[in-house]
Design a binder for this molecule. Structure first.
Ligand code: MG
Length: 478
């Protein structure tokens, strides 16, 4: 290369580095943003358990495309959501906050009058400031009234369901649900749509969005309604697996990941795009053969045991994430917003405080990278039920739901019974199934985690000890 072009390249690199440094100057110690900003794709499944994809142990069907994310990128073994239920979990992903911080708990339904508050910043809003095109195809669940819709919270495009796909007149046990709207932008374009088409419709739009935006950075949030019950699969996807309808549904979701990877490749965007796959909460065990599996973990959706809150997580970004990496440090959905903002060089300086921290060093498999959190809090509603710090997890006395007998089948749920757990300390490294209570053997860990929990109670509140959080913010109200 002639000296003059080398000099020109050096000057350009210097400008890029300086611009990045300037933009990220509030966090100068953190790794620099990549330039140009990467495309970001998040595929978020609903009620898909830890062991429901091949690279996390699924049996009876195959997920070659999700497995490919892990094989060509990284797999996190200890990735969490803060609450094992749809709206709370999605709130954490999109705002980078514990759901208790921003007031969205449980699962919002057609009668809900609240949603995401105007003053919170979603991933889409943060990335939009950096010039990203943004879209969500699938389930929103942060409020279904106009002011709460994705188009009012940073997304250029929306197509999907405003809440869960079982909140409709065909619910197996609750016949009081109104018609289920299918929304495009802010308009209801159909009610009670044929759910066999949902996964395909979402994937079609995801592929179209990549094509349309191949020349600018984009954030694509593909929030599948499946495998939340009622399970539905397209005619082409039906009857393909030995696991039955559940396996068919997962293979179709996996196929949507394959279509995204193929389109990225076709557009030459492979090395410019971070693709992540994870889920909002563990399996809804009362549905039996229509529910997934939490693998080695205890219980499932709706509990603060690992089966409810630990999710499969795979991320691929060729040339940036070393292939075949595994991260065993704990991280949570709340960490994705600040991580994306950092990678994109997006400015968050005017935003409200959040709970997530950047996990860029973990995501990029940097040697000896550590979790940025001393502890993770697990609430059910407003009750602090458990806390994890390092290898230890402490449950505080609380009630939880557990199957009373055999699970349901073929779309009909079986009843849960209420059980109770006392103060219990588990070593998640030697006892991932949370079976052996070591509280008596390790009083120092009980004390240490209890202190961390007290700080969480002061900050976020706790209904079990009648405490109001000092730093909680109200949800948006109609
Ligand atoms: Mg869910």
């Amino acid at each position: 290369m002639p000296a003059s072009s080398t000099q020109r390249v050096l000057v350009l690199v210097f400008i890029a580095v300086a611009a990045t440094w300037f933009q990220g100057s509030t966090a100068a110690a953190e790794p620099a943003a990549t330039s140009p900003p990467p495309n970001i794709v998040v595929v978020f499944a609903d009620d898909l358990g830890y062991a429901d994809v091949g690279c996390f142990g699924a049996k009876g069907y195959a997920t070659p495309n999700i497995d490919r994310l892990a094989a060509e990128g990284i797999r996190f073994t200890d990735f969490y959501v803060p609450q094992a239920v749809c709206s709370a979990s999605r709130t954490a992903l999109l705002t980078g906050c514990y759901p208790n911080r921003v007031g969205i708990l449980g699962a919002l339904g057609p009668a809900s009058k609240n949603g995401i508050a105007e003053g919170e910043s979603t991933i889409a809003e943060v990335l939009k400031r950096r010039g990203y095109a943004t879209a969500i195809y699938g389930k929103w669940h942060l409020g279904h009234h106009d002011k709460f819709l994705p188009t009012r919270h940073g997304f250029d495009q929306y197509f999907g369901l405003p809440y869960s796909n079982d909140m409709w007149p065909e619910h197996p046990t609750n016949k009081s649900f109104p018609d289920l709207p299918l929304i495009e932008g802010e308009k209801i374009i159909a009610t009670n749509p044929d759910q066999r088409n949902l996964t395909t419709w979402y994937a079609d739009r995801a592929v179209g969005f990549i094509k349309e935006n191949k020349d600018r950075p984009f954030f694509l949030y593909l929030a599948h309604s499946m495998p939340h019950v009622p399970l539905h699969v397209s005619a082409q996807g039906a009857g393909r697996t030995s696991r039955g309808l559940f396996g068919d549904v997962i293979e179709e979701i996996d196929g949507s990941v394959g279509r995204i990877l193929a389109e990225l490749e076709a557009q030459g965007l492979d090395r410019k795009t971070l693709v992540i796959f994870t889920s909002d909460n563990g399996p809804w065990l009362s549905y039996g053969n229509h529910a997934g599996s939490a693998g080695p973990f205890r219980e499932g959706k709706g509990t603060s045991f690992e089966g409810g809150i630990r999710e499969p997580f795979a991320a691929r970004w060729p040339g940036t994430i070393p292939a075949g990496s595994v991260c065993r440090e704990p991280a949570m959905t709340i960490d994705l917003l600040p991580t994306f903002a950092e990678l994109a060089g997006a400015d968050r300086s005017g935003d409200r405080p959040i709970d997530g921290r950047t996990i860029t060093p973990l995501l990029l498999a940097q040697p000896n990278a550590k979790s940025p959190h001393e502890s993770f809090s697990f609430y059910w509603g407003r009750e602090l039920q458990a806390i994890r710090s390092g290898r230890w997890k402490l449950h505080f006395p609380h009630k939880y739901r557990s199957l009373a007998g055999p699970p349901g089948a073929d779309g009909k749920p079986a009843p849960y019974q209420e059980r109770a757990i006392g103060l219990s300390l588990y070593d998640l490294e030697s006892d991932p199934g949370e079976k052996s209570n070591l509280a008596a053997e390790h009083p120092e860990e009980v004390e240490r985690l209890s202190r961390l929990a007290d700080a969480a109670r002061e900050d976020l509140g706790d209904s079990a000890s009648n405490r109001q959080g000092k730093n909680v913010r109200p949800a948006g109200q109609l």
